[in-house]
Write a protein that binds this ligand. Structure first.
Ligand SMILES: NC(=O)c1ccc[n+]([C@@H]2O[C@H](COP(=O)([O-])OP(=O)(O)OC[C@H]3O[C@@H](n4cnc5c(N)ncnc54)[C@H](O)[C@@H]3O)[C@@H](O)[C@H]2O)c1
Length: 477
């Protein structure tokens, strides 16, 4: 047995007993370890620290620059580059995972095996298979596990649900989930990037493949390589699709029944692999869903993101109903009549009580009190992964074939028309681009796998990944 396995096995046993005996009173301090201290990790530390009775006790990041920065804010906290040290520390009650996506599940499972509760950033997984393992571990070790889709704690979401239940907009017809924002090329190096000398690269890489980094920036831009990230679909998607699953579907639809996606990475000759223009149709067996992401500007040279139907920009859930429509994002929501006149506004708080909701559940030991319990967020993350899988299996695009893939549903033709218009406005010739269109994947929601003709070895392989030696997500958690 290698050292790591021995450690996990031993700590799983030792800490199960510990966690069973750990009972928090309202006045006990909860000692939090923050794993990953980049942009979001620093914010998460601050948000956790602002909850009464919480102490930031351990800081962990393989980059000493991030560690030193965080240490200034929490001078009494211990520091380490190696998350396994955190797991070994029996004084730590809670682990906050804000690393790159490729680490989310393994870090969370190690923490649970060591008897700790977990707050894990979105997407809670890097692929669907490991996402299920995360849920299995939460159940097996009876842990409190919250996903980082903070808008679930916004009272806005319950207000919107009540509004829809009152039925004044009539039946829902379909939902469009848009994220239109501007991003830039990440560069393309001829010589691979050497990770900063302040980074323990083996620890940073964890479960991911050791492959040359050809982008210019080491941190953050890992989002745009499949090895570590999940593209915009797995970045903004987990927020928007989680709103959708909560507000519209009330968590009743795990993965959709069928999904098809297309798009590409256009206008930038760079080392990024994920699409910057990505559209998908999701057949939920209930209200149909269109997803659309644009990272190019509204038109070439313009410093503004794209707009939808000339009136809605940014990141939005748009629920089209018989008697009008609702648009909402993390800042709030509005209701419009069919002519586009705003008739009601809801104000959101951006989910600022999410950390407090988590800590309250850590004290009460009631996972049912969590606003973003890990299984719900596993499903929301899975919707995004499915959107990526169809795209990644894509073949050369033909507009006719794409339109024919979803019959008698005008919003699908609309999203395709928008796609071509968007390319044209960016002065990109669609006949010369590498546009991809994926298959209509059929999904067995129970088994979280593909069925039918599209259950090919290539499709099934994308439900999981090859884990780097020593950093495998275990089959049996
Ligand atoms: N909920 C939200 O609104 C929200 C917002 C932004 C980002 N996020 C999520 O937060 C995560 C982090 O995003 P970011 O923008 O901070 O990225 P980032 O690249 O700025 O930071 C990630 C940090 O994790 C560290 N890290 C990598 N491997 C580690 C390991 N083994 N142990 C400890 N630390 C490790 C990196 O060194 C880096 O400092 C992502 O999964 C992202 O999707 C969520």
């Amino acid at each position: 047995m290698n050292n790591r396995r021995a450690f996990i096995k031993q700590s799983a046993l030792a800490f199960t007993a510990l966690s069973a005996s750990r009972v928090f009173g309202a006045n006990n301090t909860i000692r939090v370890a923050c794993i990953g201290l980049g942009g979001q990790g620093s914010g998460n530390a601050k948000r956790m620290a602002s909850v009464p009775g919480v102490e930031i006790a351990y800081l962990c990041d393989p980059d000493t620059v991030a560690l030193d920065r965080a240490k200034q804010a929490y001078p009494n906290a211990k520091t380490t580059q190696d998350l396994r040290k955190v797991m070994e520390d029996k004084d730590i009650d809670v682990v906050v995972v804000s690393t790159g996506n490729h680490w989310h599940v393994l870090a969370s499972i190690w923490a649970m095996q060591a008897g700790k509760d977990v707050y894990v950033e979105k997407p809670v997984s890097h692929n669907i298979w490991e996402g299920r393992k995360l849920v299995e571990a939460a159940r097996k070790y009876n842990r409190i596990v919250q996903g980082g889709t903070q808008q679930r704690s916004d009272p806005l979401q319950d207000e919107i649900k009540a509004f829809f239940d009152a039925g004044s907009l009539g039946k829902m017809k379909y939902v469009r989930c848009n994220h239109y924002s501007m991003r830039a090329t990440i560069g393309k190096r001829t010589e691979p990037l050497t990770p900063p000398t302040t980074v323990d690269y083996d620890l940073w890489l964890g479960p991911a493949k050791d492959e040359p980094i050809l982008r210019n920036k080491f941190h953050y831009d890992w989002h745009w390589n499949w090895n570590t990230g999940n593209g915009e679909m797995g970045n903004w998607g987990p927020h928007i699709l989680d709103d959708l699953r909560n507000v519209v579907f009330r968590d009743k639809i795990p993965p959709p029944k069928r999904i098809i996606a297309g798009g590409g990475r256009f206008g930038w000759d760079d080392a990024g692999e994920t699409p910057n223009t990505h559209f998908a149709y999701m057949d939920t067996g209930d209200i149909p869903v269109i997803v659309d992401f644009h990272n190019l500007p509204r038109q070439k040279g313009m410093k503004a993101p794209d707009v939808y139907m000339r009136r809605r920009t940014g990141s939005f859930l748009i629920v089209e109903c018989e008697g009008g429509y609702y648009t909402g994002n993390r800042g709030g929501g509005s209701v419009f009549d069919p002519s586009g006149k705003k008739i009601q506004t809801f104000k959101g708080d951006g989910g600022k009580t999410h950390a407090a909701n988590f800590i309250a559940a850590v004290r009460s030991r009631k996972a049912s009190e969590l606003k973003a319990e890990v299984e719900a967020i596993h499903y929301s993350s899975a919707w995004c992964h499915l959107g990526n899988i169809s795209y990644r299996l894509g073949q050369k695009y033909s507009r006719d074939q794409a339109e024919a893939a979803v019959k008698d549903f005008q919003p699908w033709n609309d999203v395709i028309a928008d796609f071509h218009e968007h390319l044209k406005k960016n002065e990109l010739d669609d006949s010369k681009l590498d546009i991809r269109m994926g298959p209509m994947l059929e999904i067995d929601a129970q088994k979280e796998t593909f069925i039918g003709e599209t259950a090919t070895p290539e499709a099934l392989a994308l439900l999981t990944r090859e884990f780097r030696k020593g950093y495998e997500v275990p089959m049996n958690v």
